[in-house]
Design a protein around this ligand. Structure first.
Ligand SMILES: Cc1cc2nc3c(=O)[nH]c(=O)nc-3n(C[C@H](O)[C@H](O)[C@H](O)COP(=O)(O)O)c2cc1C
Length: 392
């Protein structure tokens, strides 16, 4: 699943550099956003313009002469995955030693994203003990390797050292990026429910759905299969299955049919609804009405109570201290509660930012700074992924 993922392709100086042009094209065709970094030696083998035309982005070719003040950290932070293809013996050696003496090695050292290395070199270079020692080091540092294959090499030689084919690299990249998701199904609820008084008026709340939609977007980018049950019409990633609802009852009914390994319940579901919804619009001349309320079904509780219980994330939008949210986390038996004080500047409904506190099952808290909702979504998925990994 490469759709929507950010791939940094690092091309180093071997004859196989020409094959990376095709790899770049296949990555683009798979729906990934692709940027390219090229070593000085790579430029001896293939022109930067080729990659610019394929990816729509000019490759970065120097640590210092580029437009960016700090291209290595900027690219490293951007990438969801770094692919080094072809990876020369020289670059592999620098990686193994943690040397950051050029654009590619500095970028790799700065990257926290997974790194996929596709070595390419003559058999003698590949079999050299120092190369093999370096490869062992890359493996023990947690880098991913693909190839090299056995076959014909530059200059008519035959042996091990041929770079993995673009399709193999593509497949390896997909399986690394699916690692987090592991084929898991995700349910996200979003937006505020609207409980009708009559065909025109409703009892509602100020939730915009922005946070829930950002969570659904981030999940699909990480390779999860996502169903979003929402009252909001905000745009989302095309790979998300969207089910639009309006009332708490509709959300309850739809949610009960969605199978999920992870449920992120970000919707602001009304606790009460008008006991009677009038069929025709109430007129001023009808006089003042009192509205009798009744309880709505508890969507979150229904998910927590499932026999095949997913990992459940609840939300608490409060106007006060975190204590009430800690109590809610325990009472609702969620795995993670995301608390925010909606009375705080930048943290309320319909904002693009949020300051949240994570409350774990054991009541421990983790306060995050004011972040964009997209960044909060990333933090939520980092936390979910690490807890799911711990459980396995
Ligand atoms: C014609 C030619 C082909 C080369 N092919 C390879 C290669 O396939 N693999 C490799 O590790 N080095 C190869 N090299 C050597 C690298 O270009 C050299 O080690 C360079 O310093 C690598 O720098 P880089 O890793 O920063 O790109 C080749 C050199 C020449 C002149």
């Amino acid at each position: 699943m490469l759709h929507g993922r950010r791939i940094l392709l690092c091309v180093t100086g071997g004859v196989a550099a020409y094959k990376s042009a095709y790899l770049a094209r296949r990555l683009v065709e798979s729906g990934a956003s692709v940027r390219v970094a090229m070593s000085e030696s790579a430029l001896e083998f293939i022109g930067a313009q080729t990659f610019a035309a394929i990816t729509g982005n000019h490759p970065v070719t120097s640590l210092f002469a580029d437009e960016s003040v700090s291209p290595h950290t900027e690219m490293a932070r951007w990438a969801d995955l770094v692919i080094v293809a072809p990876a020369t013996a020289a670059t592999i050696g620098r990686m193994a030693e943690g040397i950051s003496s050029d654009l590619i090695s500095a970028t790799i050292l700065a990257a926290t994203a997974p790194i996929l290395v596709a070595p390419a070199m003559h058999t003698e270079m590949w079999e050299n003990r120092s190369t093999q020692r370096n490869i062992d080091q890359l493996r023990s540092d947690g880098h991913h390797l693909v190839g090299p294959n056995e076959g014909s090499l530059a200059g008519g030689d035959v042996g091990v050292g041929r770079v993995a084919e673009p399709e193999e690299i593509l497949e390896a990249a997909s399986s690394i990026l699916e690692g987090d998701a592991g084929g898991r199904a995700v349910l996200v609820t979003a937006g505020g429910t609207r409980e009708p008084i009559d065909p025109v008026r409703y009892v509602g709340n100020r939730s915009s759905g922005k946070m829930g939609h950002a969570i659904a977007d981030e999940a699909v980018i990480r390779g999860y299969s996502v169903t979003l049950v929402t009252t909001s019409s905000l745009p989302v990633h095309p790979a998300i299955k969207v089910v639009s609802v309006e009332t708490a009852q509709e959300m309850f009914t739809v949610v009960s049919d969605v199978k999920a390994d992870v449920a992120v319940m970000a919707a602001a579901v009304a606790d009460f609804r008008p006991a009677k919804s009038h069929e025709t619009k109430l007129a001023r001349s009808d006089g003042l009405k009192s509205i009798q309320l009744e309880a709505t079904p508890d969507v979150l509780a229904s998910v927590v109570a499932r026999s095949e219980r997913p990992y459940v994330v609840g939300f608490a939008a409060e106007t006060g201290g975190v204590e009430r949210a800690i109590e809610k986390a325990e009472r609702k038996r969620v795995d993670l509660l995301v608390y925010n004080d909606v009375s705080e500047p930048g943290s309320g409904f319909n904002t693009d930012t949020n300051r949240v506190v994570f409350i774990g099952q054991d009541g421990t808290t983790e306060s995050l700074p004011l972040l964009s909702k997209a960044e909060v979504a990333e933090k939520i998925w980092d936390r979910i992924a690490s807890e799911l990994n711990e459980r396995e």
